[in-house]
Design a protein around this ligand. Sequence first.
Ligand SMILES: Nc1ncnc2c1ncn2[C@@H]1O[C@H](COP(=O)(O)OP(=O)(O)OP(=O)(O)O)[C@@H](O)[C@H]1O
Length: 344
Amino acid sequence: MSIELSDIRYRYGEAPALNGIDLSIESGELLALLGPSGCGKTTLLRVTAGLEFPDSGTVRFEGRDVTSISARNRHVGFVFQHYALFNHLSVFENVAFGLRVRGWRLRPRRAELKRRVHDLLELVQLGELAQRYPAQLSGGQRQRVALARALAVEPEILLLDEPFGALDARVRGDLRRWLRGLHDRIHVTSVFVTHDQEEAFELADRIAVMNKGRIEQLADPQTLYTQPASPFVCRFLGEVNELPTALHARWTGVDAADVTAFVRPHDLDLDADETAIAPARISAIRDLGPLIRVEAEHPLLSAPIVAVYERSRFPIGRLAAGATVTPVPRRWLLFRGEQRIDAT
Ligand SMILES: Nc1ncnc2c1ncn2[C@@H]1O[C@H](COP(=O)(O)OP(=O)(O)OP(=O)(O)O)[C@@H](O)[C@H]1O
């Protein structure tokens, strides 16, 4: 089922949280809402769910206007960061709950309910643990129970708010690969909120990057990374050097004073150069295992310039702390103010 949000505006009292959101999500798509804390991700998810009603704008599911329809009647499944399972109910009963509270006409018969719950528990790989209680599960297992419960009512839309936020890094990684696999099998239109770029990139078909209640850019991960539409998107998707004209004009050929070159650390070389006119000086070299990270101070910049080398590419012997170097970008993005003006 597709979702179309048009010009959605929402305020908490006087404070605007959503400032005119337009977003179309295709049927069967897995879309991430990515952005810094407070940018409006959760509010947008809640408006989509019907837990909040927008001040203006429309929400459509498959072309049908559902803006004033309550969450209960939108047939969406939710998973929140804190699994919110019923501690006094077994895993089986937690998943069955969504089916039992349905109106009698939609409620399955006992044997059918048992079969559906067991199928769901198999789907989330918890068939063996049906009789356990939430306190006897790991965080990752609880989150999978929450997902099974959300799927029990066969929603056509699944909304996930930081579903793995409370888990440690390894479990998060495992769970998101697992969720991607699950989505590829069941194709339910899904929207998930995250502030973790890696999570969004690994899971989503497309990502909406949000900032201050707006969508800055909507694109697939590769396009976002290689063709960011604004300095905000560029900065948000990982570390980036911002080189003023004096440091990039020789390579970019653009000599306008107000153009900044954004260069990723892996697209920057630091050339050992004793004769550099405006040299940078290496302040730190850190061995990260497969990568080597080099930081250099430059009098024109308040933050250090950062270059990251693959170990096999690192010019051993030529770069050392205190050495004089020239930053040489191999690939860059040019912005004049907020405006992207060129790419290599
Ligand atoms: N109940 C509320 N009352 C007043 N202001 C709120 C309320 N909930 C959220 N806000 C404000 O609305 C804005 C958007 O909040 P929202 O929770 O949607 O952001 P978010 O991107 O999900 O943030 P986070 O990643 O921190 O969860 C923020 O400035 C927040 O302070």
